[in-house]
Ligand binder design. Structure first.
Ligand SMILES: CCCC/C=C/CC(=O)SCCNC(=O)CCNC(=O)[C@H](O)C(C)(C)COP(=O)(O)OP(=O)(O)OC[C@H]1O[C@@H](n2cnc3c(N)ncnc32)[C@H](O)[C@@H]1OP(=O)(O)O
Length: 280
């Protein structure tokens, strides 16, 4: 409690206001001077995206819109992992009702993040596989701390990246590079990611990343907000519409892929390999 009060006081003095009071798995703050919101993922140990975390991300994105944020920085409180992607435990031996709700929430979160009116920047301060990479790809600008990895590695788990994951990657690095990376399930190092155009900037640490993210958002200060946001909507509309019009089919495809005995077996082995690694 004392720590909380001290933190709130410090934030108040620096002009940073906490927006999302009820959230536990994310924190949403806004810089009162710039109007830029920061959405930090804070689900230990690795920000794996389960139903509850996705629900909080989705609500925070709406809150940032409702509060007329000038921009949003997406990052993690864990300096080491931006997000470990989808929580594999949601997909392994799933409860049917919950896994449907989980996938529907993922669709909703991506649709919202992909077409926010405000500019978005991912400050990738740690590893960012699969669903973590998808969140970063959905932002307009990506800044990554050195010595981490990022990519859509689904094939390595014996599952496939759905068409909208693929489209998000193709829109950033193009067909040829995406084909090579996704079929291999390649995880790019920070340097490789910069070379292929998957990220835009390399920084030494999160603090430098945040400064650069604010500078990126500041570039739009003199651009009329509506003209900017409509341009973004039109540029991204085709990609988003392909999911919006087919959400039910996409859900069924996901259920079909993920419940295949082969996929379940691969996920089981993968979970075990992560656990073995963690205990070493
Ligand atoms: C049509 C089907 C479409 C399905 C689409 C799926 C997209 C996805 O996002 S699938 C998920 C892919 N994610 C991964 O492959 C990442 C796996 N994790 C890692 O590589 C590493 O954990 C890390 C590099 C992110 C972090 O390494 P670090 O050394 O810091 O931590 P660990 O010791 O490995 O992990 C700690 C702890 O967390 C558990 N864990 C890790 N990742 C996940 C995850 N994605 N889901 C659930 N749980 C995860 C890990 O097992 C450890 O647990 P214990 O402490 O209980 O052993």
């Amino acid at each position: 409690m004392a720590l909380l009060c001290f933190q709130s006081l410090r934030m108040l003095r620096s002009g940073i206001r906490c927006m999302s009071q009820n959230a536990q798995l994310v924190s949403l703050t806004v810089n009162d001077k710039t109007g830029v919101a920061t959405l930090s993922l804070q689900r230990p140990p690795v920000n794996s995206l389960n139903l509850e975390l996705l629900t909080e991300i989705s609500s925070a994105l709406t809150e940032a819109t409702d509060n007329n944020s000038r921009g949003l920085i997406l990052t993690s409180t864990n300096d080491g992992v931006f997000s470990a992607g989808l929580d594999i435990l949601e997909m392994y031996k799933p409860n049917l009702d919950r896994v449907k709700e989980f996938w529907t929430k993922l669709q909703e979160t991506w649709i919202k993040l992909y077409q926010t009116a405000y500019p978005t920047v991912a400050v990738i301060n740690g590893h960012s596989p699969a669903g973590g990479c998808l969140l970063a790809l959905s932002c307009e600008h990506r800044i990554m701390v050195k010595n981490f990895t990022i990519g859509l590695n689904e094939t390595r788990l014996g599952i496939v990246a759905p068409p909208w994951f693929i489209a998000s990657m193709v829109n950033v690095i193009g067909q040829r590079q995406s084909e090579r990376a996704l079929t291999l399930g390649h995880m790019f190092t920070t340097e490789e990611a910069k070379n292929v155009g998957l990220i835009d900037e390399i920084v030494q640490n999160k603090a430098e990343g945040t400064t650069q993210a604010e500078a990126f958002i500041q570039k739009f200060a003199k651009i009329p907000f509506q003209a900017r946001s409509l341009t973004k909507t039109w540029l991204r509309n085709k990609t988003v519409e392909s999911l919006v019009k087919n959400r039910e089919d996409d859900l069924n495809m996901f259920l079909q892929v993920v419940t295949q005995p082969n996929a379940q077996e691969s996920l089981g082995h993968y979970i075990q390999s992560l656990k073995n690694k963690a205990t070493k």
